[in-house]
Design a protein around this ligand. Structure first.
Ligand code: GLU
Length: 231
C-alpha cells in the first residue's frame, strides 16, 4: 500500500500531485501515475519505476493545466510493475479515472462478470475492476458518489479509492475500507490522501476518515457518508 493523492482547487493540479507523490516516496513503490480533468476529458500519464520516470514523461509529453486530479504510487500486488498496470486506471469508456491502494480480494469474479458484458480490460491489476464497475454504474445513470458507494458495497478486502468523472470535473470521490484515508481542508482547495505527508505543505487542517466511508469533495465543500449514503 503506497501513496494516494487527490486535489481540487486553484493550483495547477499536476504540480500538487507530483509534489505529494514525492513526499510519499519514503513508503516505497514501483510505479507512479497521475490523471487530471480538462475541458476535453481526462488526461493521464503513468510510468513504471521511479517518480523521475513519470516526471520525464510529463516533460516529454506535457499535459494541460488543470484544477483537479489524482496521483498514485503503486506497490504491485496483482500484475507486474508495468506502465499499463500503473494507476490511475481509466475505464474502457474513458469516463472514469481511479486510483487504489490495497487488495480487492474478490476481483476475479467481478472481472469475469464485466468481461462477460464485453468490457475490455487494459491491465492485470485487481484495481481495474473498480474503475470499470464505477463507469458501469455511471453509464446506468448514477452520479459518481452513488456509483462509488454501490461499488464499495461489492468490494471485499482492503481499499482506499479515489475517482473522478470526466464529465464532472469539479468533484473527487474517495472511499475506504481497511486502508487509510485522510482529507485536507484548505482555503478554497481540498485534498484527499493516504497520508497527511502528502498535503502538509499546503494545509494543516486534516480529517481522518473512519471505517467504510465515502467522501465527496469539491474545492469548497465536503460530505461524508457510509456506503449506504447515510451522512
Ligand atoms: N493491488 C493494487 C495493484 O496491484 C494496488 C497496490 C497498491 O496498493 O499500490 O495495483
Amino acid at each position: 500500500m503506497c501513496g494516494i493523492i487527490g486535489y481540487v482547487g486553484p493550483r495547477n493540479a499536476q504540480n500538487v500531485l507530483v509534489d505529494a507523490l514525492r513526499r510519499m516516496e519514503y513508503r516505497g513503490y514501483d510505479s507512479a501515475g497521475i490523471a487530471v480533468g480538462t475541458d476535453d476529458g481526462l488526461v493521464w500519464r503513468k510510468k513504471a519505476g521511479k517518480l523521475s520516470n513519470l516526471e520525464a514523461e510529463l516533460a516529454a509529453s506535457p499535459i494541460p493545466a488543470s484544477h483537479i486530479g489524482i496521483g498514485h504510487t503503486r506497490w504491485a500486488t496483482h500484475g507486474a510493475p508495468t506502465d499499463a498496470n500503473a494507476h490511475p486506471h481509466i475505464s474502457a469508456d474513458g469516463r472514469v479515472a481511479l486510483i487504489h491502494n490495497g487488495i480487492i480480494e474478490n476481483f476475479a469474479p467481478l472481472r469475469a462478470e464485466l468481461e462477460a458484458q464485453g468490457v475490455a480490460f487494459r491491465s492485470q491489476t485487481d484495481s481495474e475492476v473498480a474503475s470499470q464497475l464505477v463507469a458501469r454504474e455511471i453509464a446506468q445513470g448514477a452520479g459518481l458518489a452513488d456509483a462509488m458507494r454501490a461499488v464499495s458495497r461489492r468490494l471485499e478486502g482492503a481499499f482506499t479509492l479515489v475517482a473522478m468523472d470526466a464529465q464532472n470535473p469539479d468533484l473527487l470521490v474517495a472511499s475506504r475500507r481497511n486502508s487509510p484515508l485522510v482529507m485536507g481542508v484548505g482555503e478554497g482547495e481540498m485534498f484527499v490522501a493516504s497520508d497527511v505527508a502528502a498535503f502538509i505543505e499546503f494545509t494543516r487542517e486534516a480529517v481522518e476518515m473512519g471505517q467504510d466511508v465515502v467522501v465527496e469533495v469539491t474545492r469548497d465543500s465536503w460530505k461524508v457518508t457510509d456506503f449506504d449514503g447515510t451522512p
